[in-house]
Design a protein. Structure first.
Ligand SMILES: C[S@@+](CC[C@H](N)C(=O)[O-])C[C@H]1O[C@@H](n2cnc3c(N)ncnc32)[C@H](O)[C@@H]1O
Length: 268
């Protein structure tokens, strides 16, 4: 199982859902009694759910360190998405965000969500193969695409699942009611936040890339190709820092997320 750090999750979720909650409308949060957020991590989605719903929200994750961060927003319970520690029909909405793309058998997890839900099951999943970057540093978009391709090649789960979660829902005996798209856009521009400065430093030292080295090497990338990529990456990072010093640097990243909502299939 891939592990996620608290800083990675707060960096990549920064501002998510602050600009628009339209894609969450089919969850009918205003009329929910009990919601379970599976794979809640640091509680970035739980925080939104609890703000928009009068019902009780519970966060659940296998990682106890992340759960302790989520516990500042909602009550939490340690548990595995494939064997949720709750009786049948305990919630009227079971939802996850960026969980299924990390699981070997997403449909099996959705079946377990359906067991503990009396009404809706929803998945908010990205299409990580369709991320778009626009940067004032020419090489940045090209190198990020190269690194992303190498990373995705080494990941053995469906990282583009967001764009088409229907078959996983149907395999779990869930009727898909609707799918909505939400583009999570993160912009870096002057004045630069502390997060943006740290991210630029991690580019210049190659630290960000090094976190994904093992995954990249388990795909098609060779050690020599990784070293070559790392050299270009660090050079690009130094240019980012130079442009920040003269307030010229700007960057826009758009990650498409898809909110798929399903209901337990009616037999007969
Ligand atoms: C990419 S993070 C997403 C966290 C959070 N939902 C968010 O959007 O910020 C994936 C999360 O799924 C959790 N996870 C992975 N496998 C799991 C499993 N089998 N059962 C429960 N949680 C799991 C990880 O610990 C991690 O917190």
């Amino acid at each position: 199982m891939r592990e996620f750090s608290e800083s990675y999750l707060s960096r990549t979720r920064e501002g998510m859902w602050d600009d628009s909650r339209r894609a969450l409308e089919p969850l009918a949060l205003g009329s929910r009694d009990r919601i379970l957020d599976v794979g809640c991590g640091t509680g970035e989605l739980s925080r939104v759910l609890t703000a928009d719903s009068p019902g009780e929200v519970i966060g659940c994750d296998v990682d106890r360190d992340l759960l302790s961060a989520a516990s500042q927003y909602v009550p939490v319970v340690a548990g595995d998405a494939f064997r949720l520690p709750f009786p049948d029909d305990s919630f009227d909405l079971v939802v996850c965000q960026a969980l299924l793309i990390n699981l070997p058998e997403p449909a099996a997890a959705l079946s377990e969500f359906a067991r503990v839900s009396s009404d809706l099951v929803a998945a908010i999943e990205p299409d990580n193969a369709a991320v778009e970057i626009d940067s004032s540093v020419d090489a940045e978009g090209r190198l990020e695409r190269r690194a992303r391709r190498a990373y995705l090649d080494g990941v053995h789960t469906d990282v583009a699942l967001g764009a088409d979660a229907r078959s996983a829902f149907e395999a779990a005996d869930l009727d898909v009611l609707t799918t909505r798209r939400y583009d999570h856009v993160r912009t870096v521009e002057p004045p630069y936040s502390e997060t943006a400065v740290v991210a630029a430093r991690r580019k210049a030292t190659g630290a960000g890339l090094a976190d994904d080295r093992e995954t990249m090497l388990s795909g098609a990338l060779t050690e020599t190709e990784y070293d070559d990529l790392r050299g270009s990456w660090r050079k690009m990072g130094r240019t980012v820092i130079e442009q920040m010093e003269t307030q010229e640097y700007h960057r826009k990243e758009a990650v498409p997320f898809f909110v798929t909502v399903g209901q337990i299939a009616q037999s007969g």
